[in-house]
Each structure stands twice: as C-alpha cells, then as structure tokens.
Design a binder for this molecule. Structure first.
Ligand SMILES: Nc1nc2c(ncn2[C@@H]2O[C@H](COP(=O)(O)OP(=O)(O)OP(=O)(O)O)[C@@H](O)[C@H]2O)c(=O)[nH]1
Length: 446
C-alpha cells in the first residue's frame, strides 16, 4: 500500500481539501486533534497510510495547503490536525487573474517563493513516506490562484518527480459565471492539465448544483454542499487504496484502467444513491442491479456532459458497503444492454468493478443519509469534450470582444500565447472525435 500526498491550492482547492480530510478522518477514526478514537470503529492498519504518525501517536494528514491569500492561515490555524508548516501563503489574492500568477513581475516576487516553499514542504512530506506514489491536487480551474499556481506546480512536479503520478481534482466553473478574466484562466489551466497531469477528476459546479437541487432538494445550494459531494467522491476514489480493496488499489491502477493514452485523461464520476437527509422516510434499499443501473444515470454525474451521446473508453465501479459479488456481476452484464452503454471498440479495458465492504461515512452536518449499499462510478467518456467546447466558446466570445486583453498584455500574455493555447484545446476536442471513430478491420493488429 502506497502513500499519496494531497495538495490543496487556492480558495476552492482548500475548501474541498479540508472536506476531503474531514471525511478521511471520520473513516479512519481520527479526531480533530489527530488522535485515534477507538470508540469510533475498528480500523484496518492500511487506513493510516494517508497520514504520518508522530512519536506521540498523533496522526497528521500528508497534506499541503497553498494560497496567495493570507486568509488561509486563519482557517488552518483553528485546525490542529494539520502541520502549521505545511500551510504556505502569500500576501494577497490574485483576484481572479491567472496571468498575474505567471507574470514576471509577480512571479519573481511572490509566486516563485510560494512554489519554492511548497516544493520544500513536499520534499519533507515525501521524505517521511516509505513509498509515496504521487499527488492529488485539489483546485479550481477558474480562480487566479487555483489556475496559475496549479499550473506552475504541476510543471515543477513533472521535472522533480517524473516517475510519480500527478492527479488533480479540478473544479470547473459554472456556465453562468461572469468573471471577466475567467475564460482565460480556464483556458490556460486546462492546457496545463492536458500537458502535465496524468489524470484529472473533473467536477463542475453546474452539475453539482443540479444534484443538490433535484436530488437532494436543497433550494439554494451553497459551495459547502458541492464540496461535500466532491469529498464523498474523492473518498470513493481513494477508498480501495486505504482499505486494501481489489480494484484501483493505487493511482497507477487508475491510469492503467481508465486512461488509454496520455491526453485522454479527463475522468468523470457519479455516485448513487444520494438520499436526502430531510426526507421523512428511510432510504429505499436498492438491490445490486438497481444501483449499477442508476449510477449510469446522467442526473448523478458530477460533470455536466451528455454521456449518453458519448462513448466510454473505460469505466470502473466501486461498490461500497453490503454487497454480494455475484449480484454485481449479473448487474454489470445486464446494465450495458439495458442502459445502452456504448464502449469504443479499440480499448480493451471496458467495465471493471471492485468491492469495499466498509460502508462510507457521512459528514456530521450531512445532506445525505448513511447508506448500506453505495456505488461510485469513475469513467472516461468522450462526452467530456463538451467541457472543452464550453472553454473554447467562452474564450472566443471574450477574445472577440477584446475583454481584458490589456490586463493580460500588462502581465506579458500576448495574442500569440492565447492563440497557441486555443489551438491545443481544439486539438483535444479533435482527439475525442477521433476516439469515437470505429477501428477499421485492417487497422487491427493480429
Ligand atoms: N465547488 C466549489 N467552487 C468554488 C468554491 N470557492 C470558489 N469556487 C469557484 O471557483 C472559482 C474561483 O476560484 P477560487 O478558488 O475562489 O479562487 P482562487 O483560486 O483562490 O484564486 P484568486 O482568489 O483569484 O486568487 C469560481 O468559479 C467559483 O465559483 C468552493 O468552495 N467550492
């Protein structure tokens, strides 16, 4: 079992990261002081791998928090669970301007010292690990800090740790966001994710909003509810790594099972059931077939894209809780036909499944019930190109209207850079179109 280091960048990244660790602590029986609370549950030793242990038997998350905004200190100061030295902050937020984070003016003074300090902390965390496998970076692609520092750090990590796996949990913006610089932030950041991340788990605030309203009945959902959903999903991504599961037991399994070739590494997730806590009657007990069938329902996907129009390149199911393996196997073969799930013909991995018999935890202030049978889907579907099309569309509108181009120019971002970035996003969309094409018989090597 290998260690994974989590890095949270910017405001959204920090909020998501904190929720993720809160859930991991609940699942590991570790309290807010980092102490194991034996009253909570029986623990498997593997659960500790994500934490480092001190001589006083205190467990500390292998986690680093980075923000340009110094406010991060006041949030993390109240949380003794985390090492104070692993909170790196600057003096002022980038106020939604990616280019500022990269510009020589700012970069020389502040970004570079933030990144240097972050790399130093990561070296310390890595030295205190037996066999760390890689990184999970939480961030938003739309914020100034979440987009720029993530891009710079990914680049540095690929130089310093070329053999370690770099994954990101990336929050895509809502379609209705009207921040002027956002289209540029998103475009640059997506380019860097294409180049320097090995796998990106994508979440978007519109899809999370729909789930909160339509499934959980929350009239005016806030970030807190979105972040709980993302944290639940992250807990499922890593549960078999923490609990000695049978599928995706480390990050390289995710790569092998879900990423057919490097740029096609944008993954989407869904989970079922999400039973609203406020419902007056207890949750329906779904059977194996029902959970597998429903988890492919587009209503539960945490990224807004038309999966039913796309094709799957690979998909893996993580069953969590009280399952009978035979029921799941039957459900998997039936569901492909009944849901009309189409896989590309050139990728052999198809649909895989693992079971973790531990029932997932929920937040103390949860929106959902604790359910005995939970299922999580992580997949690579060509419909994710919808996101890249939206990125391109928003960029084209902003660029055609010369929105804030002067601000980008002041930071050294000229037309040439912007057009090059645009081209790369276009190539990514073409890659997804290519992926949909069927392989001719004479192209198949025997
Ligand atoms: N899901 C989620 N989205 C958030 C949260 N906070 C902000 N966002 C979204 O993230 C984007 C802004 O990113 P932030 O993380 O706030 O900004 P930042 O990366 O800290 O960058 P600067 O503040 O510009 O320095 C917008 O699209 C927001 O809608 C959060 O807690 N959860």
């Amino acid at each position: 079992m290998k260690e994974i280091i989590s890095v949270s960048i910017g405001n959204a990244g920090t909020n998501v990261g904190l929720d993720y660790w809160e859930l991991l602590c609940l699942e590991a029986g570790i309290d807010s002081q980092g102490k194991f609370n034996s009253l909570q549950q029986n623990l498997e030793p593997g659960n500790y791998k994500f934490f480092s242990e001190t001589s006083t038997q205190t467990y500390t998350p292998r986690a680093l928090f980075i923000d340009t905004d110094p406010q991060i200190f006041s949030i993390l100061n109240t949380k003794p669970l985390f090492y104070p030295t692993y909170t790196i902050s600057g003096t002022t937020s980038l106020r939604g301007n990616y280019a500022k984070g990269f510009s020589s003016k700012y970069y020389n003074n502040e970004s570079i010292s933030l990144i240097d300090a972050s790399l130093e902390s990561l070296r310390n965390i890595a030295e205190n690990s037996d066999n760390f496998e890689g990184f999970i970076i939480t961030h938003s692609v739309a914020g100034g800090t979440g987009s720029s520092l993530t891009s710079i750090l990914l680049n540095k990590l690929s130089e310093e740790y070329p053999k370690k796996i770099r994954t990101t949990v990336s929050v895509m913006p809502s379609e209705n966001n009207n921040e002027l610089l956002e289209p540029y932030n998103v475009m640059h950041c997506m380019n860097n994710l294409i180049e320097n991340a090995d796998a990106t788990f994508s979440y978007d605030n519109d899809a999370l909003n729909d789930i909160c309203r339509n499934t959980l009945g929350i009239e005016n959902p806030e970030f807190e509810s979105y972040n709980h959903l993302i944290a639940h999903s992250m807990s499922s991504i890593t549960c078999s790594m923490r609990n000695d599961g049978s599928l995706n037991t480390n990050l390289s399994d995710y790569m092998n099972n879900l990423v057919p070739y490097p740029p096609i590494h944008f993954l989407i997730t869904s989970q079922f059931p999400l039973w609203p806590l406020e419902k007056t009657y207890s949750p329906i007990q779904y059977n194996g077939f029902e959970v597998v069938f429903e988890v492919f329902n587009t209503n539960y996907f945490m990224t807004k894209c038309e999966t039913s129009f796309g094709k799957y390149m690979a998909a893996s199911l993580q069953c969590r809780g009280d399952y009978v393996p035979k029921d799941i196997c039957c459900a998997m073969s039936n569901v492909k036909i009944r849901r009309r799930i189409e896989f590309v013909d050139w990728c052999p991995t198809g649909l895989k499944c693992g079971i973790d018999y531990k029932i997932p935890e929920i937040f103390p202030k949860s929106e959902v019930f604790k359910i005995k049978k939970h299922i999580f889907l992580c997949c690579n579907n060509s419909a994710i190109s919808d996101i890249f099309n939206r990125v391109l569309y928003k960029f084209d509108v902003a660029y055609a209207n010369k929105v804030c181009l002067d601000k980008l120019g002041q930071e050294g971002f000229d037309d040439e850079i912007l057009i090059k970035d645009r081209e790369r996003i276009n190539m990514q969309i073409n890659d997804y179109e290519e992926a949909l094409k069927e392989v001719e018989d004479d192209e198949i090597e025997v």
